[in-house]
Design a protein around this ligand. Sequence first.
Ligand SMILES: [Zn+2]
Length: 616
Amino acid sequence: MASEQRFLGELLSRRGLVPADRLEALYATQRERGADLLDLVVHTNVADEIAVAKVLAEEAGVPLVERIDPAEISTALATRVPITFTKAHKVLVLREDDAAVHVVCADPFDTQALDDLRVIFGKPVEATVCGRDRIEDAINRVYEKQAGEEQLEGDEGQTAEDEVASDILDSDEEAPVIRWVNSLFLQAMKERASDIHIEPEEKEVIVRYRIDGELYVARRAPRPFMNSIVSRIKIESSLNIAEKRLPQDGRITKKIAGKGFDIRVSTIPTSRGYERIVMRLLNKSSVLLDLPDLGFSPREYALMDGLIRRPDGIILVTGPTGSGKTTTLYACINRINQPNLNILTAEDPVEYEIQGIHQVHVQPKIGLTFASALRAFLRQDPDIVMVGEIRDHETLEIAINASLTGHLVLSTIHTNDAAGAITRTIDMGAEPFLLRSSVIGILAQRLVRVLCPHCKYGYPAEPFELEELGLTAERMKVRAARRENPNSRYFPRNVAGGDLFEEFDVTRRPTFYKAKGCNNCTNTGFTGRRGIYELLLVDDAVGPLILKKADSQAIKRTAQDMGMDTLRDDGARKVLAGLTTVEEVLAATQEDVEVEGAPGMPASAGMRSATTTGAE
Ligand SMILES: [Zn+2]
């Protein structure tokens, strides 16, 4: 492999596309990231993809094509090759005749791929060369077209061979609308969308998907079809089709490609005379993560694992809506789920069904609140209880009582950082001395987007970035000193190494990463999200502060002195690991700064303590 990459590098250099003095650096990056050299050259803008294709075509003596028309490609033929293969080798089958199978590829020297195709089709391969991104784009279009032709499971309808999803709307029969709606779900699932928005605009219907927290336009349809689309979705979710003036809520249970989905549907009337629909997709079968998959540092993982194995106490997970709190709670429960334990949960709604535990969907409308469910749980001989959220005095009081009578209680609370959860519970009316003896740990979290492995590239970290993330010599010294504190519970003895902070060398400038955007990540530069965490232990240093109702800043500073890493510290770790960008971490931890400067605290003091987070 390495020799092929060198061969290509030297070829491009000889033809003047890559300066000879950049070759070694490119090889090094290529080895380090396991990337493809041609990808690197194109995606770091060393050379244009068509210029590269032209040189390769000339050297290999095969024709160059500058564009590929997916409409001219037979889906059935092209998709005989697995998509993983076509993407890995940047090769797409165009057509077949008696003499040969005609393909377009990015690298005509990839003889292994061409040879495999010869075997698959049983005839000689005629290759043409095109730019790699153009091939990738064509691959996506061709395989998407195939996906659009696939049926949803359980749908008995028939599909015409070459029908593209959006063309279905050219007919006004009902069946095409059903297929169109079904293909929306299928596409949403494939793209890992959490929500589908269907919105009437001036001239057309826009469908947007929320993927990794951001909305993207996924599809458009002519506006006259809005009515049939709305009706179809209302039928599926058992809503009143005739009611167009009031908001409605419903749900659909569906199997999509073998996975069970619970889809919550909400409609609202808009001033344009059409209803707007938002559907949230909850995947009931998979997506249940285990604690090790959440992306904790080894140290925080050990601490967290220790907390959830305690026989009693309250563990709170905190953060804004959409910060992944529920996923963390599920992962904790999944970790401790044993046949010898009785685990009960009260949730709104039940997002994932977990084998072996008993889940209750709270319904405030009929009086089944978090508080009443929790009270009933205590008569059900539980070991561990989980309450979706603590947002009132009553629930908090029962939770504290449950903990003091020997149960482990897991819940979430809506605050911006871990220390804030303590002051929030005191504001809710909890007795400080009862809090002190029941709450054992508070985990604050945020989600940051994970860089696309296909198009991310490294650069030397800027001094201001190191400063912002607290990766300076000074602060590293402070951190090292904290590790020596014999009273700290933040450094479990059974965890050795693996902490990027401890291994961070301040004398060297680290490599940070960004991404350019490519077909693998719908040009966003990101695929998926990962948590960043701040775990506060209620120890002998923080305990007395709770008793005297200290403000959250004082609690946070004390916890940091004892060794707590803040959200931004953990974000810095994820940047060092090449998982995400500096911008993502700063944006996710920005709220921290603003809130700290807010109530009852001079703005400047809040700002200062936030920007020097980790310093003292
Ligand atoms: Zn990408």
